[in-house]
Design a protein around this ligand. Structure first.
Ligand SMILES: *[C@@H]1O[C@H](CO)[C@@H](O)[C@H](O)[C@H]1NC(C)=O
Ligand SMILES: *[C@@H]1O[C@H](CO)[C@@H](O)[C@H](O)[C@H]1NC(C)=O
Ligand SMILES: *[C@@H]1O[C@H](CO)[C@@H](O)[C@H](O)[C@H]1NC(C)=O
Ligand SMILES: *[C@@H]1O[C@H](CO)[C@@H](O)[C@H](O)[C@H]1NC(C)=O
Ligand SMILES: *[C@@H]1O[C@H](CO)[C@@H](O)[C@H](O)[C@H]1NC(C)=O
Ligand SMILES: *[C@@H]1O[C@H](CO)[C@@H](O)[C@H](O)[C@H]1NC(C)=O
Ligand SMILES: *[C@@H]1O[C@H](CO)[C@@H](O)[C@H](O)[C@H]1NC(C)=O
Length: 668
């Protein structure tokens, strides 16, 4: 696995330019947390890191026009190197605000990582356990492209090329005097200008800066030719160009040329022509094996169900009958240690952003799944208990039951019902197992998931939005009934379900609705979106990310939409099911799936309507609009491209919640 020294991951999603642009608050573009670089909580490294971040953010208070600072904290081997870079045109106050926000947020975005980097619209913050000063680094790479096409791409690209090459020259030539930053504009036609920006970290030499910018600029041929704007960021340099001013006073004074409401921003070209969408590709280097292993579906193996059948009834009944009290839900740490053989690696069945998951066997023989939350949970003990009690009350045959918790010292642990089969993705996307899911089985799974989500949204006492519904969060029991896992994690982990937006985006790219991915706005309709993606995956047997890997020019949603529009929806179907299926059901499910992934949340059906659509043929479905994430451009073959989610589905267990690279893209 280690043979592959560098791999890249590309995530594609759209981002509206308004987000980057209109908000005075620091706007997080992306946090990259280096995999496999965890430090031990409470270690010397952690204290060095805290000192470093404090020092960086306090340095930002005495900027005096300086946009860059590097510093270190601690002693080898626990020395931490850190730096920040503010966009060259922002004021000291904005820079300071951005660096302070970044130093706080990076700890929650990348808990316990020895190396991390956060890109905001206004600044970059970066730290590492190795020296990162004066070294040109071009990985990880964040690529964003405006998805609107130019009418006259050849001429446009020529002018862009000339403009940007000129800016690079200017920025790097007089590098001692300049901050390795340059902006400029060029006329495209009488009424339209092209605005450009380039910047390097000023610790580079001029020639290194120039190399860095030239290298990343040459990447536009892979992503962005013919597009109205593009932006590529790597640790050492970045550039951007658009048809509207996005820097300096101009940005503040002029609204972005297209200044539609936030929602219409997401509309695909053609539907509402005014919007400015960005296609983002995030190219992440791979420090090692995690990603490769990500593609191997580490499923739950050798699950024995007999023990559960034999022993479980008494304890489960107890839980059911006496659920309201905290005591009845509390597990003793010693019990869980014993059940998991001291949290031995052999018992580990998963790893996710919220923590590791172990399989345990109680002394009674009852099998349980134990999620040991990583310690970065901000939640206090009382709050934690309260949330667990609430979430434990959510009981439905299509939900994995939360049996209890353990709270001891720093430890926060959740105890779940053990579900013997693997997660849905292990069947759906495995050529050897796909065959086990025939149409009627898949249809039932779709219905089960819909009812589980409906319960969370409407039928339970508290309204819960899942926020990370995806194939790997749907477990299958012995009879292949779907059970949704990981609901309520936002609550338990210290989120706020009642507010309609959040700093902590916990979803998975591809499954996240545009409004959630970009602005952190979540609602029941963002779950509906994820459900729609899941339905299309179930029907097609293809991952939402699948299409990025091939030469196809659109993603799963775009593909499904096109087939639908062309009147050949059945071609979407997994060929393995072609022999026996109910035509009406399949078409209806595709129809419903497309309704769920529409861009405007108001256009998407509620889960109640979805359940109705599935159960009654008399309901007439409206015609779907083109899906939100309609990706019109292909990705180039140079990258072994995978979608984010695969990364931490890696040790993939049904339990993992992906927070690694993808999640948490946008704060509020
Ligand atoms: C940084 O941390 C990683 C992960 O723990 C380790 O493999 C690497 O050797 C460290 N680098 C330095 C320079 O200490
Ligand atoms: C970890 O850090 C916390 C807070 O700084 C402290 O209270 C606790 O004693 C530490 N635990 C260990 C094992 O060092
Ligand atoms: C910042 O980086 C430069 C170049 O590597 C180095 O000489 C300088 O000591 C660094 N500053 C700090 C405070 O470490
Ligand atoms: C950067 O510049 C220095 C000299 O200024 C050079 O030695 C080095 O090779 C350059 N390249 C990188 C990748 O740092
Ligand atoms: C460098 O800057 C000086 C002063 O701003 C200017 O006169 C000179 O032409 C610049 N050199 C280049 C190569 O741009
Ligand atoms: C200039 O170019 C823009 C973008 O292609 C176009 O919308 C606009 O109509 C053009 N204006 C003129 C006067 O050609
Ligand atoms: C820019 O133009 C030069 C010269 O025409 C060409 O060699 C280069 O490939 C172009 N770069 C891009 C990114 O289009």
């Amino acid at each position: 696995m280690a043979i592959l020294s560098e791999r890249t991951i590309v995530l594609l999603f759209f981002l509206s330019s308004l987000i980057i642009h209109g908000s005075p608050k620091p706007t997080l573009l992306y946090s990259f947390c280096t995999e496999n670089s965890n430090y031990v909580p409470n270690s010397t490294y952690q204290s060095s890191l805290n000192v470093l971040l404090t020092s960086l953010s306090s340095d930002a208070t005495i900027l005096n026009g300086r946009k860059f600072h590097n510093t270190t904290a601690g002693q080898a081997p626990d020395m931490v190197y850190g730096l920040y870079l503010c966009r060259g045109d922002v004021t000291d106050a904005v820079c300071q605000d951005c660096v302070q926000t970044a130093s706080q947020e990076i700890l929650t975005k990348c808990p316990n990582r020895k190396e991390a980097l956060s890109w905001y619209d206004q600044c970059m913050l970066r730290y590492s356990n190795r020296s990162i000063f004066s070294i040109m680094e071009e990985r990880p790479m964040l690529t964003m492209s405006n998805s609107l096409d130019m009418d006259d791409p050849d001429r446009f690209d020529q002018i862009v090329n000339k403009t940007m090459v000129g800016l690079i020259e200017k920025a790097t030539h007089n590098s001692s005097e300049r901050d390795m930053f340059e902006t400029g504009e060029a006329n495209f036609n009488a009424s339209t200008k092209i605005y450009g920006l380039v910047q390097c970290t000023p610790d580079l030499s001029g020639s290194n800066c120039s190399t860095c910018l030239e290298n990343i600029f040459s990447r536009i041929t892979n992503c962005c030719l013919g597009k109205q704007g593009a932006r590529i960021l790597v640790p050492s340099c970045n550039f951007r160009y658009e048809l509207y001013p996005f820097y300096g006073d101009l940005a503040a004074a002029t609204p972005p040329a297209p200044a539609p409401s936030p929602l219409s921003l997401l509309s695909p070209p053609g539907k509402k022509g005014n919007s400015s969408q960005l296609l983002i590709a995030i190219i992440v280097p791979v420090a090692g094996t995690l990603i490769i292993s990500g593609f191997l579906c580490y499923c739950w193996l050798n699950r024995k169900r007999k023990a559960k059948k034999k022993y479980s009834s008494t304890e489960e009944e107890k839980v059911e009958n006496d659920i309201t009290t905290v005591q009845s839900l509390q597990f003793d740490f010693g019990t869980l240690e014993a059940a998991t053989n001291n949290f031995s690696d052999d018992n580990k069945i998963g790893e996710g952003g919220f923590g590791d998951v172990y399989k345990g066997t109680l002394s009674s023989g009852k099998e349980i799944a134990i999620k040991r939350l990583s310690r970065s949970s901000a939640q206090g003990a009382v709050e934690f208990k309260n949330e667990v009690v609430l979430v434990a009350k959510l009981q439905h045959r299509n939900l994995v039951r939360l049996l209890g918790f353990c709270l001891e010292g720093e430890e926060k642990i959740l105890v779940y019902e053990y579900v013997p089969n693997k997660s849905l993705d292990c069947f759906l996307f495995d050529p050897d197992k796909q065959g086990q899911l025939d149409w009627s089985r898949r249809y039932k799974i779709i219905g089960g998931i819909a009812r589980g989500i409906l319960y969370l949204h409407e039928d339970s006492q508290l309204k819960v939005i899942h926020r990370d519904l995806k194939a790997s969060n749907v477990l299958l029991d012995g009879d292949m009934n779907p059970k949704i896992s990981d609901f309520g994690m936002a609550r338990i982990f210290g989120g706020d379900q009642t507010r309609g937006s959040t700093k902590r985006v916990v979803g998975t790219y591809g499954y996240m609705s545009p409004e959630y991915a970009m602005r952190g706005h979540f609602s029941a309709k963002s779950d509906v979106y994820s459900f729609g993606v899941l339905v299309l995956e179930i029907i097609s047997g293809k991952k939402i990310s699948h299409f990025y890997e091939s030469d196809q020019t659109e993603d799963l949603l775009g593909y499904a939409w096109k087939l639908w529009r062309d009147g050949t929806p059945l071609e979407l179907m997994d060929p393995i099911m072609r022999d026996s299926y109910a035509r009406n059901e399949v078409i209806r499910c595709i129809h419903m799936g497309l309704l769920c992934v529409q861009e405007d949340p108001d256009d998407r059906p509620s889960m109640a309507s979805v359940v109705l659509m599935l159960s009654s043929y008399s309901v007439t479905l409206p015609l779907p609009q083109q899906p939100a994430f309609f990706i019109g451009s292909g990705t180039q073959s140079g990258f072994p491209i995978k979608a984010e989610s695969d990364q931490s589905t890696s040790k993939s267990t049904p339990w993992s919640v992906n927070e690694t690279s993808i999640s948490e893209l946008y704060p509020r």
